[in-house]
Design a protein around this ligand. Sequence first.
Ligand code: NAI
Ligand code: MG
Length: 367
Amino acid sequence: MTTPSLLILPGDGIGPEVMAEVRKVIDWFGAKRDLTFDVSEDLVGGCAYDKHGTPLHDDTMAKAQEVDAVLLGAVGGPQYDSLDFSVKPERGLLRLRKEMDLFANLRPAQCFDALADFSSLKKDVVAGLDIMIVRELTSGIYFGEPRGIIEEGNERVGINTQRYTESEIDRVARNAFELAMKRNKKLCSMEKANVMESGVLWREVVTEVGKDYPEVELSHMYADAGAMQLCRWPKQFDVIVTDNLFGDLLSDAAAMLTGSLGMLPSASLGAPMANGRPKAMYEPVHGSAPDIAGQGKANPIACVLSFAMALRYSFDQGAEATRLEKAIETVLADGYRTADLLGEEGKDPVSTSQMGDAIIAALDASL
Ligand code: NAI
Ligand code: MG
């Protein structure tokens, strides 16, 4: 078996700081679990612009197309705000997503018991929560034509078009069913088939794809009812699949059920490669946090959890992913908190590297 390959793109701001902690975790799996990766590292975002005059060099793009998975930190910063739109740090990220055709965005909402008090919902509603929202990322109303602002009579009209082809629905549905198979074999599809034709087609195609996954319990829900149910009793769900617009809203809302931006991982998956694995990029939801960059304050957990997702979804190492997630649960239960997890009058936060070291110690203790 060939060694799985991983391209690391730390990026800007706190990106390199949190990625340094992920490197410790990767090294640990190599040393203690005989799980080694062919790791390469490159530039993306503002740092790539500084060196090459572009936020993503063609060589980096080509490398990203070849590897088994990309792990990205964050891009951007105020020093790049005045750059032309075409070379802004974010363009590097968008080019990766577009050229790798990453059409399925996975956003888990996971609540660690030690942080259940952090939620705006009652503790028993969120404690132990572990759901996954799959959002279609490359089509739908953000991309459909016609679009624009036109003159009609004596007023202006703003237009966006929700448009989904059968194949676009089919591929994201398949992705969600595959995930459901790796989790608890339960999938809920959300649209508004009651008022939108694209929703009618969505429901039909998802139902059709479901015939290839008879073990998965499939349900359908109107997205507005889904939003209510997510707030009322989120634990009724396991995997949710939905379109770009509804997914944007539902995944942000679901993520906040569980607390801090510093805790949220994500994955973006594309079509299967020759080896059967999906093209994949893993990254924390947060940005480059210029307000705390360079101070050792950043919470590395979102980035470490993104690597855990890579273990599970790109490298078929579900048990090791669980080991890593349990190690994080342990350090939180033991009271380790970076500043973002302490609130207003929070005392004695640990630093980014202390949090990383605590995770390594918990991994050691798991053996
Ligand atoms: P942000 O996510 O960078 O920061 C928002 C707030 O959350 C800040 O107060 C920050 O200190 C805090 N925060 C974020 N991550 C944290 C962590 N791991 N630990 C502790 N605290 C954390 O979003 P913001 O401030 O809107 O954007 C800053 C820069 O990042 C901008 O240039 C923006 O364009 C870029 N950005 C990049 C993203 C990406 O690379 N995927 C996503 C969002 C923003
Ligand atoms: Mg959003």
